[in-house]
Design a binder for this molecule. Sequence first.
Ligand SMILES: *Cc1c(COP(=O)(O)O)cnc(C)c1O
Length: 437
Amino acid sequence: MTRPTEAELTGIEARHSPKPEVDAIGGRKLKPSTLMMGHGFDPALSEGSLKPPIFLTSTFVFPNAAAGKRHFEGVTGKRPGGAEGLVYSRFNGPNQEILEDRLGVWEDAEDALTFSSGMSAIATLFLAMVKPGDTIVHSGPLYAATETLIARILGKFGVNYIDFPAGATREEIDAVMTKAATGNVALIYLESPANPTNALVDVQAVAASRDAIFGENKPPIAIDNTFLGPVWLQPLKHGADIVVYSLTKYAGGHSDLVAGGVLGSKEHINTIRLMRNTIGTICDPNTAWMLLRSLETLELRMSRAGENAAKVCGYLRTHPKVERVGYLGFLEGGDDERQADIYRRHCTGAGSTFSLYLKGGEAEAFRFLDALKIAKLAVSLGGTETLASHPAAMTHLSVADARKQALGITDNLVRISIGVEDPDDLIADMENALAAI
Ligand SMILES: *Cc1c(COP(=O)(O)O)cnc(C)c1O
């Protein structure tokens, strides 16, 4: 974050404001994986500490009264752009600001915010963007808590919603947008790939449809990029305006923290920041510090997990006890051709979370899960360790049977998130567990 150099602000700025950053060498723009080790932090401002200290403080001292006034103009939105210095830890802090700077780097976003969880990020986004009578157009299915938030909680406050299926064509999206446009559409909200079906949304088609139908008064497109971002999918390049993350998953990556993030243009981020300042959904400094460590290995971890998943899925695909493997790397031709087309236009990798359909039902799936020795039986994804779960009996237990059927959440479905272990060890684990069925 670049900040003003007015004399009145210097004292307080010094703790966290980066010195002129080395983001390019001889015209070569440095890659995110390089920038994660230093971007946004100057050791000279923290006793030479190579790593940023964790700033455990609830409030920050102003150098003088005029600086305090100027900061509050930013915090309250009297002047756009947020605070120019550190004020109070519900609004900002050094660890969170360094983290936000580095998070933005991955997707070339103008600005970013971090939150106490993925859901608090999504809730803050919604509260900032919609009012009673507005409509949210969304792809379906969405992460279960996001669906609850839109339908049951925002619904109580008079917010309407209408959805289209994740794999919808331009024509199908146009039809839903046209219907929605009779009301005031405040936000278009996507999730791709969708949880737990892995269906991809055609972000380019959604953006083209939005531009054609809404013209001047177009609502922003936000997208939950938790499953493939930022390494394998960068939706801002395909027409999205705002990207949302559960940083709990691949970004945190070690299954030891809960956090969320939002990236986008300064204008949208300023709107969301005002809501975060008001309700206090910011990430805490300790978690922000852990995420800074995680981001240093983000590309390494995601690359290895992606390679491992390709090997494991290749093994599972031909196993006689396996009915089907729902893995983005296997999309091609036939019924999958439309999804394969979206994949080729949007994604640079298939991720490491997939659906394994075993021959049989719940009994066979449970026997497989109980026999796994390396993979842990737990919900969540994107950690260094491989996790396996049974959506129909766990994350989606409360979903109505008809909807479960429509979404393909069957009793023989096992969800697997591959980690960074040795791939042949993982295959041995799968082989052994399949033998137990
Ligand atoms: C986990 C998850 C969330 C919620 O994030 P939390 O950090 O658990 O609050 C939202 N969207 C997707 C796709 C997720 O996987």
